[in-house]
Design a protein around this ligand. Structure first.
Ligand code: PGA
Length: 293
């Protein structure tokens, strides 16, 4: 892990909504979720005891208003207890995956949701695009995993996203709605929905330095919120956190956090660096900037 500030470039890709519908439907909840701003650090397959110890020292010096922002770190499975012991308690822990099922048994190489609950890991990331593309997880498998994770008592960061080809072919929202439909099939009650955070992560922006512009991300987030209002309920639409992921860093986070429907971030590369502290405080900074205007 390198502690360095990096400045990633921005590129433009087309608007997802032909004729860019900026207004909101009567059904949609307006503005940010009623929940806390949510910042997740996805460490992916990175880390060692020594790098986690140094990163924790750095992250433990970050102070933020915990009544406004909730922060979760997701180390690889074997480091969950070690990272828990190094990080201050205001950082909650997440796993990056869990098995598609509940209970224990003859599933070599798998980790059950109950094990995470037993280790006091409250969150799990499911449906990350790397799981979908590298390990062939389908929409319906991801939906089922969410059901099992919720049944075991976990909270879920559910990832959706379109590839560059899908965006350029004009099927971004169709792709995302199909991913959301698979979730709707398995998540039945509003109570269950209250344990789900939706992470919009355009595949073309993950680990590439090509961050979505705040306007691009806002446009998709607003459409996802409308989908929740039309397909689940107005209250779920108003309370569900819809977070953005894909090349978020210390330089672009405040601008992104200022967008109406961006309720937080899922951060990969920058979550291993000191700048994660800036991302944790992006929401407070964005609010301050509004007050100063
Ligand atoms: P990135 O990854 O911030 O490195 O683009 C985001 C993610 O994969 O969740």
């Amino acid at each position: 892990m390198v502690f360095a500030r990096s400045c990633l470039m921005r590129t433009r890709t087309p608007s997802v909504l032909a004729g860019a519908r900026r207004g909101r439907s009567a059904l949609s909840a307006v503005g940010k979720s009623t929940g806390k701003f949510f910042v997740g650090g996805n460490w992916k397959c990175n880390g060692s005891t020594s790098s986690i110890s140094s990163l924790s020292e750095c992250l433990n010096s970050v102070e933020w208003d915990t009544s406004l922002t909730e922060v979760v770190c997701a180390p690889p499975y074997p480091y969950l207890p070690y990272a828990r012991s190094c990080l201050k308690p205001t950082y909650a822990m997440a796993a990056q995956n869990c098995r598609n099922g509940v209970g224990y048994g003859a599933y070599t190489g798998e980790v059950s949701p109950e094990m995470l609950v037993d280790l006091a890991v409250p969150w799990v990331i499911l449906g990350h695009s790397e799981r979908r593309s590298l390990y062939g997880e389908t929409n319906s498998e991801v939906g089922e995993k969410v059901k099992h994770a919720l049944a075991a008592g976990l909270d879920v960061i559910f990832c959706v996203g379109e590839s560059l080809e899908q965006r350029e072919a004009g099927v971004t929202m169709e792709t995302l709605f199909a991913q959301m439909e698979a979730l709707k099939k398995e998540v039945e009650t509003e109570e269950e929905w209250s344990h789900v955070v939706v992470a919009y992560e355009p595949v073309w922006a993950i680990g590439t330095g090509k961050v979505a512009t705040p306007e691009q991300a806002q446009e998709v987030h607003a459409s996802l919120r409308e989908w929740l209002a039309s397909n689940i309920s107005n209250s779920t639409s108003a309370s569900t956190r819809i977070i953005y992921g894909g090349s978020v860093n210390g330089s672009n986070c405040v601008h992104l956090a200022s967008e109406e429907d961006i309720d937080g971030f899922l951060v990969g590369g920058a979550s291993l660096k000191a700048e994660f502290g800036d991302i944790v405080k992006a929401n407070e900074k964005a609010k301050e900037e509004v007050v100063q205007k």
